[in-house]
Ligand binder design. Sequence first.
Ligand code: HPA
Length: 286
Amino acid sequence: MTQASARGGPVTHDVVAAALDRLERAGAGPIDVAMVLGSGLSVLADHLEDPVRVPYREIDGFPQSTVPGHAGNFVVGTLEGRTVGMAQGRFHLYEGYEAREVVLPIRVLHALGARALLVTNAAGSLDRRRPPGTLMAIRDQMNLQFANPLAGSHPTGRTARMMVERTETYDPGLLALLHATALEQTIRLREGVYAGLPGPTYETPAEIRFLKRAGADAVGMSTVGEAIAAASLGMPVAGVSLLTNYAAGLTRRHLTHDEVTRVAERTRHRLERLVRGFVRRLDLRS
Ligand code: HPA
């Protein structure tokens, strides 16, 4: 019988176990690297060799992606000689999910054996010198969603390790590797702080001025909970934002989700080259 959590719904570890079971039955073996693919970027999963695909809807108790541009599958396959598990489509608080549901794909990919996580997202740029199409490695983040995936039930069902003793959410070694890969591939890669807001509305110009003063370089509605969950599991995290637009107030243009996915689609080839180089160079011995 499925136990209910404090807020109702199946507890996390049952859902993770169901996902693992379904993936293993589909033939997905242990993975080296985990990835989460954001808006307009999910096509990367179609480039895996020998892919095993499991739709989220085939997993008991698993949430479903409801956002255009976000597919809803786990895809496990080979990329640059490494076994990669991808969450093709992510969940957001603004879809009505709890923070702990948003991070279910992270927990599943970790349970599959991933020793590193790369998160990608589409984000708004707070810097006029970083136009749409810019790639930004995430150095640090601000969780302004005021929801934390570690609150409440714990995947093991035991007492949660509530306080994660880490200064760095994003692994400095993986950040350096992103830069080294970009250099090798002659891809321009900037670096900065990602602010995660709850959405679903885009920000106001006043909010963007506030975020800029607070030290944010990019703004989006995802990623922060995923990075917290991964760090708490001891899985090193790297993040890349594809800046798809100037944030509100930096231009007069009105921002739409269509524009975000269009720019992401135009730029994703560069991101794919970066991701491939990163995966190839990743040292998984430790
Ligand atoms: N704001 C929030 N989320 C986003 C944006 C933005 O400007 N662009 C892409 N995702």
